[in-house]
Ligand binder design. Structure first.
Ligand SMILES: [Zn+2]
Length: 168
């Protein structure tokens, strides 16, 4: 361990008495010259300093990864909230009767009108209900039910916007 083939270079350095005494003791204990002991201790010191830098780099990297993970978790939370709000809205739209089919007069839901665009029973298009070419002789849509659904959709959009701004 203490055999260094090339010992031709010189480092002239003044050291405190205690350090010199410690290096001499180190050399005595191993039966080597003072120079070999000093070289060995310097090598070990340099290796330890290199490891400290490596550890500092790893700690920095770990902190970065932890930050990335926290940011991803926040985005996942936003997406989860958005999906939850949309699911609640779609359930409400699927169960809220908003009028009757112009073809078979079956009740139609918000999902039939705004989602599928056709009657669930007879498959007739409901496009004319949303954009009538001419006013129907009697109203086929329940304006209050549609108003409530639009209000619920507004809450979904506001919730998504609030969480999106938090997650940005
Ligand atoms: Zn129908």
């Amino acid at each position: 361990m203490l055999a260094y083939p090339d010992m031709s270079q010189v480092i002239y350095a003044r050291v405190p008495d205690a350090v010199k005494a410690d290096v001499e003791r180190y050399a005595d204990q191993r039966g080597v010259t003072l120079s070999s002991a000093a070289v060995d201790l310097l090598q070990r010191g340099l290796a330890a300093a290199g490891e400290e830098r490596s550890i500092a780099n790893l700690e920095t990297r770990l902190a970065q990864v932890s930050n990335d993970k926290a940011a991803l978790e926040a985005k996942l939370q936003v997406a989860t909230n958005d999906v939850g709000a949309l699911r609640m809205f779609s359930q409400r739209a699927a169960t809220t009767t908003v009028g009757s089919c112009p073809s078979c007069h079956s009740p139609i839901t918000g999902m039939d009108l705004l989602g599928r665009g056709s009657c669930a029973k007879c498959s007739a298009s409901l496009l004319d209900l949303l954009a009538p070419k001419a006013p129907p002789p009697q109203p086929l849509l329940d304006d209050r039910a549609i108003g409530a659904l639009v209000g619920a959709l507004g809450i979904v959009l506001i919730t998504a916007a609030v969480f999106a701004s938090k997650g940005a």
